[in-house]
Design a protein around this ligand. Structure first.
Ligand SMILES: Nc1ncnc2c1ncn2[C@@H]1O[C@H](COP(=O)(O)OP(=O)(O)OP(=O)(O)O)[C@@H](O)[C@H]1O
Ligand SMILES: [Mg+2]
Length: 273
């Protein structure tokens, strides 16, 4: 019997285990992701994040446990699962010799969608790539490739998207652009599961955050819930120093086009005298 709770879940994972030969990567992973939410899976290099994403997107079989995506079992209903998701892998899957627009049109054609050109132009606009539409992807920056990659994964409006380390290798502006795109998606009702090693990315984006460590989810909650796990904050009066990211973004400008005229002098407490 399907309960209301299950219907509200875009992802439901129970007791997932996976080993590569003798390496036990997943040792009983449980979590669920509510429809329309952004869920961040955190973990160090080699924690098993990509392994989880591959199992959920039917690219890899688990050894034990169950996983449902959009209410469909990933093993017994793999084809339907694949139709209801999109995956942006850790390494961009764009075709270098095509232009950005050609990449988008190609995917829309492969998905048998009507009017691939309009779909491509709409996505180019949403991801600030209109100006680069007719340039070959081999000439794109890393951030442009990432945005194109995410745009490609949205063709056909899948209700659930997996983003495996969507901002690795991007500069702060590129990351913010990807974050905005992800937030817009979730705002339109798309469920997003993203993996990241950047804690601030999870802080900025995710409704819920889970940490995968030594094969299990060791915590899973909202940012507020996770912060409550530590001792209560003590109140200290400190002069707030800008972070390096604040400085970078002030000097370079959020959109990369309007640099601040003159940087402010360094705060006095930084003065070595
Ligand atoms: N096909 C494979 N064969 C053997 N071992 C593998 C295979 N794929 C992954 N592993 C190992 O499984 C572990 C988990 O890998 P996984 O790629 O899932 O980690 P990850 O959390 O995504 O790491 P990263 O942050 O580096 O992307 C690693 O130790 C990795 O070396
Ligand atoms: Mg990975």
């Amino acid at each position: 019997m399907t309960t209301t709770k299950q219907r509200d879940q875009a992802i439901d994972v129970r007791g997932l285990t996976k080993s590569y030969k003798t390496l036990r990567v997943l040792r009983g992973v449980d979590f669920s992701v509510a429809r329309g939410s952004i869920f961040a899976l955190l973990g160090s290099n080699g924690a098993g994040k990509t392994t989880v994403v591959k199992i959920l997107s039917t690219l890899l079989k688990a050894d034990a446990g169950t996983a449902e995506v959009n209410g469909l079992d990933v093993v017994t209903r793999a084809a339907e699962v694949r139709e209801s998701i999109s995956l942006t892998g850790q390494f961009a899957a764009v075709d270098e010799i095509l232009t950005g627009r050609e990449n988008l049109v190609l995917i829309a054609r492969l998905r048998h969608l009507k009017d691939p050109g309009t779909i491509a132009d709409d996505l180019l606009g949403r991801f600030s790539l209109t100006g680069a539409a007719t340039r070959k992807v081999s000439e794109y920056s890393g951030g442009m490739r990432r945005r194109l990659d995410i745009a490609m994964s949205l063709i056909g409006n899948p209700p659930l998207i997996f983003l495996d380390e969507p901002t690795t290798g991007l500069d702060p502006q590129g990351r913010i652009e990807v974050w905005q795109a992800v937030k817009e998606l979730a705002g339109q009702g798309t469920t997003v599961l993203l993996t990241t090693q950047h804690l601030d990315e999870a802080e900025h984006l995710a409704d819920r955050i889970a940490i995968l460590h030594q094969g299990r989810i060791i915590v899973n909650g909202t940012l507020t819930e996770l912060k409550r796990l530590l001792p209560p904050a003590t109140v200290e009066y400190v002069e707030k120093q800008p972070t390096l990211e604040d400085v970078f973004l002030t000097l370079v400008g959020d959109d990369g086009e309007h640099p601040a005229a003159t940087p402010s002098p360094a705060p006095t407490s930084e003065d070595p005298r």
